[in-house]
Ligand binder design. Structure first.
Ligand code: MLT
Length: 257
């Protein structure tokens, strides 16, 4: 746990939404969503410990610890409950939050993410990424990752924005997150117990968490709505923000008071 709340954006009024960012990025990935949602909702977007404005806070050794940081943020904001929406790594944290703090969860949004743990191959790839951060820096890491994050059809400015955000991330925070993702537990057995409305949303061409996998996650969640963002890759909220926002708003507006 942390003493001071995570640095975060806080815009709009209404039912609170907490948006959890992907790896190796920060809360700025949510700028297109903040603009679209903050007319109706309170949009809170923290940087995870070790990322963005939270680079001065030690990176966490586990996804569960990041989830506890989000609960501490809700405490600091005096919010008993919120809708938690996470994309990819943010989704791992959102699922851990649902498991560890169910009484704080109004509804759950899972974007381009999965409940399962890393395979042995994926764990080896995390080790290779840790070595690459140390030897070559974040430019090499994001260049290796980019073809899996967005499609080749993505606009050049989307690619540039993601690259600019990634290359300034703190090496220690990135390395800690790679270890936390490598060691994350299997959250699949827990899906059936998540008894709140859930949105499962994924880019049609997501190469990291493909629609077929996220469909299985949606089927295991008792109260899931599923959406596929046409034409988009893994960072669907960046690549197709209008379609992503429309799907998110449809779901949020249907939740009621
Ligand atoms: C992310 O977008 O957060 C990452 O692709 C997640 C991962 O590497 O498992």
């Amino acid at each position: 746990m942390i003493n001071a709340p995570l640095p975060h954006d806080d815009a709009g009024t209404g039912a609170p939404l907490v948006l959890l960012h992907a790896f190796p990025l920060d809360a700025r990935i949510w700028e297109p969503q903040r603009a679209a949602l903050s007319g109706k909702y309170r949009v809170i977007a923290p940087d995870f410990a070790g990322f963005g404005r939270a680079r001065g806070i030690s990176g966490r050794a586990s996804i569960d610890a990041h989830a506890d940081d989000i609960a501490a943020l809700l405490d600091a904001l005096e919010l008993p409950k919120a809708t938690i929406i996470g994309l990819s790594m943010g989704g791992y944290v959102a699922l851990a939050f649902a498991r560890r703090h169910p009484e704080r969860l109004r509804a759950l949004g899972l974007a381009d993410t999965r409940p399962g743990p890393d395979s042995d191959e994926a764990k080896a790839a995390r080790e290779a990424s840790i070595a690459r951060v140390k030897s070559e820096g974040m430019g090499a890491v994001i260049d290796a990752l980019m073809p899996r994050l967005i499609t080749s059809a993505a606009a050049p400015e989307v690619r540039d924005r993601i690259r600019r955000m990634a290359i300034v991330q703190d090496h220690a925070g990135v390395i800690a997150a790679l270890g936390a993702m490598r060691d994350r537990p299997d959250q699949t057995p827990f899906l059936g117990a998540i008894d709140v409305p859930a949105l499962v949303i994924v880019g049609e061409h997501d190469a990291i968490t493909p629609p077929a996998d996220t469909a299985r996650m949606g089927q295991a969640l008792p109260r899931a709505t599923m959406e596929v963002v046409a034409g988009a890759g893994h960072l669907a909220n960046q690549e197709a923000p209008d379609a992503f926002n429309a799907a998110l708003l449809r779901w949020l507006d249907g939740l009621g008071a």
